[in-house]
Write a protein that binds this ligand. Structure first.
Ligand code: PRX
Length: 578
């Protein structure tokens, strides 16, 4: 592992002194109990995450501060103060009450990144109901699976996206209301609501939001987070993102992913920072323009986006004044050393890698503003979080030894459960450790290094995709008998989804013709895109005669992957005849 490249912070000129001044010292003395003084509790230890994110600022100087600077895909611009976010989310909360939503009910959001998405999230939490987030690229099957499993009572969406629900709605008996935000009726109803609401004083471990995320087997699982998670999200936003009062902050993640919830809505607003939200898709020139126009000073983004910006060349960069940037970070997949070299070169700033997961609810391992960066390392554990490399039995391994990245449970934003699947929840733990599913090592200086997933989970453009979901979508197509899906390394996207497909005889015969084969591959890709999700489709498809399977019939994806990469296939003793 190349560990020679280091960005030293000793000579670095900070424009604003970092919140975290001495990592080692703070790590040694940190206690969650003490940190809890940074968030606001109601009497008897009750709290509400949405109140902490927004309403508590109404008592002080930040009441009229800009919370949100929004730009739509069509260039529309809107701004909202903390007071406005509070009033609007109160109206959503009251509207939901009129629809019979009660504490603990699930209310799902299926919207593009428009202000109402953010306001609704807050409104849902304010009445103690549980917000579920659906990425707007989801199609029929992905929507159905999530709404069904969660027993969602209300869905908030728009006219266009709601069409994807039409065919499956009758099979969702728990779904009582679908609110269409661009219908006049909805607008009228919302406007007629009072902008005051009695905020639910929840227990710290009452459920606040849930997100479906992928593992190796089965359909995605509902990871549930509680209100107390706001403490971890607040303090990590302060120490890692290092947001200050005067910052303009842009987190590029969609709230369909945990990053967009923890660090656009909860932890970042609870620090009263002004956030930029851009509704549109990734586009290099547009992104540079947003950074320049709004004078973004803290920017939290993802390695695939950075690689795509790098690929676009540095000439276009010269058109934009990005001098307001002072701290930049990334998350979601390995940050390659070249990306840090590039940012130092063109922006004069190193990207700071951060590591965490949907399940952990907050940044757990990070590079901090004051700490030297070892290029390619994820950094060190956040204060209050103990991380180690353990073997499969949960025994801590020596430094520089590859093993499972594990965390000691006990930080406030650790997932509370897996929705109606206690068994799955328990399967994450071994002994005293929570196993993250990642492999890595820790070096002699305490820096953690990511090596790869321990399972078959795919990370494509930073997005987590379960092979089972894609395989299930493929076998729905009449041409497909069975399919095995893997992540294939890709220089731009980290991984791409590759599917190995066994065809029905008749299609198999037809596909002896090259053109017919190419046509069917294209058809299958589009099929998955349309049924499952716009981002989770196979970019590469290969037809094969037979999938490698265990004697019990489980597809051996690691063998497909090894063959794809020209590596030895390893132990095949559990395989059926192969
Ligand atoms: O494999 C790790 C990878 O993303 C997984 C978590 O994905 P998700 O739940 O979608 O959350 C992503 C955003 C919080 C991890 O198990 N991952 C995340 N950050 C990094 C990473 N891999 C390498 N380096 C990272 N910094």
């Amino acid at each position: 592992m190349p560990k020679s490249d280091i960005f030293q912070k000793s000579g670095f000129k900070f424009r604003i002194p970092p919140h975290l001044t001495d990592y080692a010292e703070v790590y040694k003395n940190f206690s969650w109990q003490q940190a809890a003084s940074e968030i606001t509790f109601f009497p008897d230890g009750k709290l509400n995450a949405a109140y902490n994110a927004v309403d508590r600022h109404l008592k002080g100087v930040n009441k009229e501060k800009l919370a949100l600077i929004w730009e739509g895909s069509d260039g529309a611009k809107e701004t909202y103060t903390f007071a406005q976010l509070a009033s609007l989310s109160n109206q959503v909360a009251n509207l939901l009450k009129t629809k019979g939503v009660q504490k603990g009910d699930r209310v799902f959001l299926f919207l593009p990144r428009i202000p109402l998405l953010y306001v609704s999230f807050l409104g849902i939490l304010k009445i103690g109901s549980v917000a579920g987030l659906l990425f707007s690229a989801f199609q029929e099957q992905a929507l159905f699976d999530r709404l069904k499993d969660s027993g969602s009572k209300v869905l908030i969406t728009n006219r266009e996206l709601s069409k994807r629900l039409e065919k499956v709605r009758q099979n969702l008996p728990d779904l009582k209301e679908v609110l269409i935000v661009d219908d006049d009726n909805f607008k009228k109803e919302l406007e007629s609501q009072s902008d005051q609401v009695e905020i639910e004083k929840t227990d710290p471990d009452d459920n606040a939001f849930m997100l479906y995320t992928s593992g190796t087997t089965g359909k995605p699982k509902g990871v549930v987070h509680h209100h107390y998670a706001i403490l971890s999200q607040h303090i990590t936003a302060k120490y890692v993102l290092d947001i200050h009062d005067e910052d303009i902050y842009w987190c590029t993640a969609d709230p369909g992913w945990v990053t967009g919830i923890a660090y656009t809505i909860l932890g970042s607003w609870s620090n009263a920072v002004t956030s930029v939200i851009y509704e549109g898709r990734f586009d290099p020139e547009k992104w540079y323009q947003i950074l320049a126009d709004y004078k973004v000073s803290v920017w939290y983004t993802a390695p695939t986006a950075i690689r795509m910006l790098m690929a676009k060349g540095d000439d276009i960069l010269k058109k934009y004044d990005l001098s307001a940037l002072r701290h930049i970070l990334s998350v979601g997949e390995p940050l390659n050393p070249e990306a840090i070299r590039w940012s130092v070169n063109v922006l004069g700033l190193p990207f700071h890698d951060t590591w965490w997961q949907t399940e952990t609810g907050c940044i757990c391992i990070a590079n901090y503003p004051v700490m030297d960066i070892k290029f390619g390392s994820m950094g060190k554990p956040f204060p209050g979080i103990e991380a180690a490399i353990v073997n499969d039995e949960g025994k801590v391994l020596p430094v520089n030894t590859e093993g499972n990245i594990a965390l000691k449970p006990g930080w406030p934003s650790m997932m509370r459960t897996i929705w109606q699947n206690e068994e799955k929840y328990k399967s994450y733990f071994i002994g005293n450790w929570y196993l993250t599913g990642d492999h890595g090592l820790v070096d002699e200086d305490g820096y953690f290094w990511f090596i790869g997933r321990a399972d078959d989970v795919i990370k494509t453009s930073g997005e987590r995709v379960g092979p089972f979901e894609v395989e299930s979508a493929l076998v729905e197509h009449p041409a497909v008998i069975e399919a095995g899906v893997i992540g294939k390394p890709d220089t731009l996207r980290g991984e791409i989804i590759k599917a190995f497909v066994v065809l029905e005889k008749e299609y198999f015969e037809k596909c002896r013709d090259e053109n017919a084969a190419a046509g069917l591959k294209e058809e299958l890709s589009v099929y998955v895109k349309k049924h499952l999700a716009g981002h989770a489709y196979p970019r590469e498809i290969e037809f094969i005669d037979k999938l490698p399977k265990t004697r019990s019939g489980k597809i051996m994806r690691r063998i497909l992957k090894a063959k794809e990469m020209g590596l030895p296939v390893g132990d095949t003793s559990t395989l059926e005849e192969y």
